[in-house]
Ligand binder design. Structure first.
Ligand code: HSE
Length: 444
């Protein structure tokens, strides 16, 4: 084992021994020599805090070091650093405050906490002379926080395009590749430890939106309340949409977008069509991807596991090492990251000019197609292709038991506001069943 000058290991606390916390303990023990060399001294988990101390745990950590009391970490003067690996807002927020006030540096993976309370917590840390490191909060194992905040610091970032939720991507690719149902794929994602404790945060786009708010802050130096970012999740996507997109040479991905637009920022999280064979389309399973354009570096693409125990532990332990070495404190102090003084972003309205993919369930009778295309034409929307699919089951309804037959339309480039207005008119028509689906198409 590597020893520091006085031969003593650095004693840390781990708050939360769920999927990520357990992975962090395992990694620190299994790779102790290697990690100790990187940190310049051994790192020892001196105390861990859990909700239920009696729950059986198969961890290389003596039971005597596990308690339900945060003060076993916060009030131990020999512990200087805590990994806060509890999800959600409370008690995570109070725990962070307690740890900072008791003089601990903090490493966390909790993106919801940062997106909701980041500025107040980071300013508190600064006032107290402490640091918060959060590489694991965005895109799991991909070192995107360091990449944007440090490695690309010379660049004016023009845009970010990313797949930021591993659970959603896993579900979409399972449905696409082996025909799993949405429910089956979600259950698998949960069993593999990808999903949040409340998986609706994954599938309704909340998690990806919170991560986009953090990346936007790092890349554009502006604070965005995450709830102001337009958000649609994959809970709006069904197997038919995936199949129809596939027939046109596309895959559906939950894509987070941020770009400069005339002095404002255009942001959104939504399922979109990406052309098969492109890097985003080939991002499968629990992988995440981030494509960034910087004025000096050009376009960069990052790809790696964005969810799951050990990839996320990899990022947490990297932050622990950075904190032990002292790099985290320097970065934290000098970059002023997540300060309440950061200007709030001015958001551009989301009125993208792009192709749109529509699925409209219509009554199958003469003249219907002409009515639909007529409404699109009236709104100035030009059509690239129309496919009418046969009803799939014997009852004359589309797959999934929906009434009507599916019309799948690919438009030419059109304003999303015009497409929305046309769809409102189409959906109000007596030959249309339910609400039509509309996804943007990301061609480049
Ligand atoms: N639930 C998250 C995801 C975990 O699926 O991406 C990583 O933040």
């Amino acid at each position: 084992m590597v020893q520091n000058a006085d031969g003593q290991p650095v004693r840390i606390g781990v708050v939360g021994l769920g999927t990520i916390g357990s992975g962090v303990v395992r990694l620190l023990v299994d790779s102790a020599d290697h990690i100790g060399r990187a940190a310049g001294r051994p790192i020892e988990v001196a105390a861990a805090v859990v909700r239920d101390a009696h729950k059986p745990r198969d961890l290389p950590l003596p039971a005597a070091r596990i308690s339900t009391d945060i003060r076993t970490v916060s009030r131990d003067p020999t512990i200087t650093l805590a990994a806060l690996l509890v999800g959600g807002l409370e008690p995570a927020r109070s725990m962070m405050v307690e740890l900072l006030e008791q003089g601990k540096d903090v490493v966390t993976a909790n993106k919801a906490l940062l997106a909701e309370h980041g500025p107040e917590l980071f300013d508190l840390a600064r006032r107290l002379g402490r640091s918060i490191a959060f590489e694991a909060a965005v895109a799991g194992g991909i070192p995107i926080v360091a990449a944007i905040g440090e490695c690309l610091a010379a660049n004016r970032i023009e845009s970010i395009r990313g797949i930021l939720n591993g659970t959603s991507n896993f579900i979409l690719t399972r449905m696409e590749e082996d025909g799993s149902t949405y429910a089956e794929a979600l259950a698998q994602a949960q069993a593999r430890g990808y999903a949040e404790a409340d998986p609706s945060m994954d599938v309704d786009g909340t998690d990806a939106t919170q991560k986009l708010a953090i990346l936007t802050h790092l890349a554009f130096g502006a604070w965005v309340p995450w709830k102001e970012i337009p958000r649609t999740g994959i809970d709006t996507v069904d197997i038919d949409l995936i199949r129809y997109a596939g027939e046109l040479g596309y895959r559906i991905r939950l894509v987070a977008l941020a770009r400069r637009a005339d002095g404002r920022l255009a942001l959104r999280v939504a399922p979109a069509l990406v052309r098969a064979g492109t890097p985003l389309a080939e991002t499968r399973g629990a992988y995440n991807a981030v494509s960034i354009v910087g004025d000096a570096v050009g376009r960069m693409f990052f790809h790696g596991l964005g969810a799951g125990q050990m990839p996320t532990a990899s990022a947490v332990v990297a932050d622990i090492i950075d904190t032990v070495v002292g790099r985290a404190a320097i970065t934290f102090r000098t970059t002023g990251v997540l300060s309440a003084d950061t200007p709030t972003a001015r958001l551009a309205g989301v009125d993208a000019m792009e192709r749109h993919f529509l699925r409209i369930l219509v009554t199958d009778r003469p003249g219907v197609l002409a009515r639909i295309t007529g409404i699109l034409g009236d709104h100035g929307i030009s059509i690239a292709s129309v496919i009418q699919h046969d009803p799939i089951d014997a009852g004359g309804s589309a797959a999934g038991g929906r009434p009507g037959v599916p019309l799948v339309i690919m438009t030419h480039q059109a304003r999303s506001s015009a497409v929305r207005a046309a769809l409102d008119a189409i959906d109000a028509s007596d030959v249309v069943h339910g609400r039509s689906a509309c996804l943007g198409v990301l061609d480049e």
